[in-house]
Design a protein around this ligand. Structure first.
Ligand SMILES: NC(=O)C1=CN([C@@H]2O[C@H](COP(=O)(O)OP(=O)(O)OC[C@H]3O[C@@H](n4cnc5c(N)ncnc54)[C@H](O)[C@@H]3O)[C@@H](O)[C@H]2O)C=CC1
Ligand SMILES: O=C1[C@@H](O)[C@H](O)[C@@H](O)[C@H](O)[C@H]1O
Length: 339
């Protein structure tokens, strides 16, 4: 990689997130260009590549990563395909921005952590974009300032308009709550030690058989409790809110009240409808940070350890959902590479 030239990026998986990252790299951020797109759906990759000068379309991630004009990789295929893509990237020692979840289970995340340690340096930034959202960043800074005292409780609300047809009850945890798990660990600086999942009456708006909503209780090794309302068929909007309760005060983000209008005898605002809208600034900053640090030869942001910890907590959460009761989270010792 020539640090004076734009970073040449291969994007693997060109569905909703992958196509959005291609657009972002091509038109929004600086310092990078998309030189390859990969999708098992050849037509989808070709349609995207056709609009970008010097971009080739592939169906095989390994072929794209072996190309001479690729310096770095964005992985935006579905979670179960991430392990194979990352191991191939490691074989070429390529830096990777990998969409969440790192992998859908703790065992595969552990294998990736071992493979990255064998390289001897970090290669992966995991796409937990809330860490780049301006509101979350302010909340984290406030907590770190110590003004509010020790955090005791964190209340998270995570609502989607509607779930996709392939969504299962366990995916509310492994796919959606994985963000709240990472946000909890990052905001509080604690590891999560146990998970309990409560099931209110399923909403009539949820597909038949889907346990939606769910109420997830996370206990941390720092003595805090973080609860997550996950409701993926709320019907009315995309909402991600967090309120932290500390010894000397509370702080709350995600109310979406940046613009309040008064007209025609009413006042109010709008509710975002999906993540691409609510977190647009966060994705832009996440990818720009990845490009900038990669060009400097650095790796920052959520690590393979963070991806592993989230996968282990979510795995415990899925067991708690299926079996009931409280499930302890058993993390391996944190390797030196991630300390
Ligand atoms: N950070 C965030 O807020 C969000 C992250 N995601 C994550 O992004 C990833 C992709 O999700 P979506 O774009 O919503 O899915 P999607 O279903 O819209 O797109 C996935 C694409 O990957 C392709 N694909 C499947 N297997 C592949 C393989 N082995 N190699 C190459 N391409 C393959 C599919 O043909 C499809 O075009 C997932 O990990 C998901 O969890 C999704 C939504 C929001
Ligand atoms: O990552 C995401 C989706 O995969 C997930 O399904 C949604 O629930 C999240 O809100 C979104 O950010």
């Amino acid at each position: 990689m020539n640090p004076h030239e734009p970073l040449r990026v291969a994007v693997i998986g060109t569905g909703r997130m992958g196509a959005d990252h291609v657009r972002r790299i091509d038109r929004v951020i600086s310092g990078a260009r998309v030189t390859a797109v990969v999708d098992i759906d050849a037509g989808r990759a070709q349609a995207l590549a056709a609009d970008i000068e010097g971009c080739t379309a592939h169906t095989d991630p390994a072929a794209a990563m072996a190309a001479a004009d690729v310096d770095a990789v964005v992985v935006a295929s579905p979670g179960p395909a991430h392990e194979a893509a990352l191991l191939t990237a490691f074989a070429h020692d390529l830096p990777v921005l990998c969409e969440k979840p790192l992998t859908p289970d703790a065992a595969s995340a552990l294998r990736l952590m071992e493979a990255e340690q064998a390289l001897g340096h970090r290669r992966v930034q995991v796409g937990f974009m809330r860490r780049y959202d301006a509101e979350y960043v302010r909340l984290k800074a406030l907590l770190e300032s110590g003004q509010l005292g020790r955090p005791l409780m964190l209340h998270n609300r995570h609502r989607n308009v509607a779930s996709p047809p392939f969504f299962t009850s366990s995916m509310l945890i492994s796919d959606s709550v994985s963000h709240d798990v990472d946000a909890t660990r990052w905001l509080l600086g604690h590891e999560i030690s146990a998970v309990t999942v409560l099931r209110p009456t399923a909403s009539a708006g949820a597909p038949e058989g889907l346990t939606d909503p769910q109420f997830v209780v996370l206990e941390t090794d720092g003595g805090a409790i973080s609860d997550v309302e996950i409701f993926v068929n709320c019907g009315f909007g995309y909402q991600v809110q967090a309120e932290v309760v500390c010894e000397r005060g509370t702080a709350r983000i995600g109310d979406g009240r940046a613009l309040v209008t008064h007209m025609a005898g009413r006042w109010g605002g709008t509710i975002t409808q999906d993540w691409t809208d609510r977190f647009a600034q966060a994705y832009d900053d996440e990818v720009q940070t990845w490009v900038d640090t990669t060009r400097r030869g650095e790796v920052t942001g959520p690590s393979t350890w963070d991806g592993y910890a989230a996968a282990a907590v979510c795995e415990a959460g899925v067991r708690a959902l299926e079996d009931g009761g409280r499930v302890a989270v058993d993390l391996v010792e944190k390797p030196a590479l991630y300390r």
